[in-house]
Design a protein around this ligand. Sequence first.
Ligand SMILES: [Zn+2]
Length: 451
Amino acid sequence: MGTLLIRHAEVLVTMDGREILDGALFARDGWIEEVGATSELPDRGDQMVDLRGHVVLPGLVNTHHHLYQTLTRVVPAAQSSGLFDWLRVLYPVWARMTPDHVRTSTRLGLAELALSGCTTASDHHYLWPNGSRVDDQIEGAAPVGIRFHVSRGSMSLGESDGGLPPDSVVEPEDRIITDSQRVFEQYHDPGPGAMTRVVLAPCSPFSVTGELMVATAKLARELGATMHTHLAETDDEEQFCLGQFSRRPVEYMEDLGWAGPDVWYAHAVHVADDEVVRMGAEGTGVAHCPTSNMRLASGIAPVSRYMAAGVRVGLGVDGSASNDSSHMMGETRQALLLNRLAVAPGIGAGEQMTPRQALELATVGGAGVLGRDDIGRLAPGMAADLIAYNLNRIEFAGALHDPVAALVMCAPVGVDHSWVGGNRVVEERQLVGLDVEELVEGHNRLAASLL
Ligand SMILES: [Zn+2]
């Protein structure tokens, strides 16, 4: 691969506390060797890019998604309901998916994320109808070129056993465990700079049994896998857990061994103060999904309290049927704005989140949630995952006194350039090596076939 030299960035944000004017970055074989002012760095590289007028940041990290849901955005019957009714409408639609739907939606969702500045994405796929498999997602992801944490997700508690999903979309638990091990052993790369990692991810307390949660945790800890599930998303779920288990969601998961530095929850909206403190002490992480929480009227996650308690927090766009978008900078802006509402008089209290704190959640915060110490910052020894935004566009007009804050506070835009491990993913706002028009056409055909 050779060397990559980025020069003359208007400002280069390292996310370890430095914002370097006339910034430069030198990488070799996909790894950053030097970061500093252009005048201090080498003046030659195999690939040299002048980024005058651009802000350069570490690539954004998405910690929660359901890529298949790009096929079911804006479904009329699910536009204006809360989580449980929304799921009841969509489960039978998703049950019609084939391997082709899974492959194509994975590719489309990751492409959309990449165009918005994402360089590492975690997906939570938990139903596998009509012979679809994790392998289909791996195949779908490859041409996009961003790092992919794929989940072997699962559902096992059907309606007839007191769960929410119809019996037709749940799987036998022994098959889930066997396939989880197969997928991990076949695809998980534990090393630095990994492009693919495998996460074990039962869907939620209301769609799998406690036994499956325990068995999954046991397997994950034998294998060295990270663990992920939805938790404390809505009041409905809290009532379900209190009714079925006489435990609040966080207590229930702690009982099942689902707490610790190898675990992160999606949403974690309805969490009590003492539970927040315990999550910080245990090292449990959170994928904060502000747009989805507003879209489904789920509530406001206590993000300021998480940050104060040392809970690992990253951002997630969540599945595209409860966000209808996979825009990571858009999500960063939503995190900032929802926090401002959370501390408004009459609603809550506390300091306003700053644009730079929102960017921290989207980069180094997300990396920590996914258990990665090789991405999320621009510093020697880190992977060369970086993104660049051209400031010369109408959205940023009048905001150039603080270009870094402008990325978050002005209308969200896509990236002009991005690299993952030193490889180009986006160039001049276009994905390298991927025909987006053709991808969208095929995806729309598949979406129409589901409804
Ligand atoms: Zn979700």
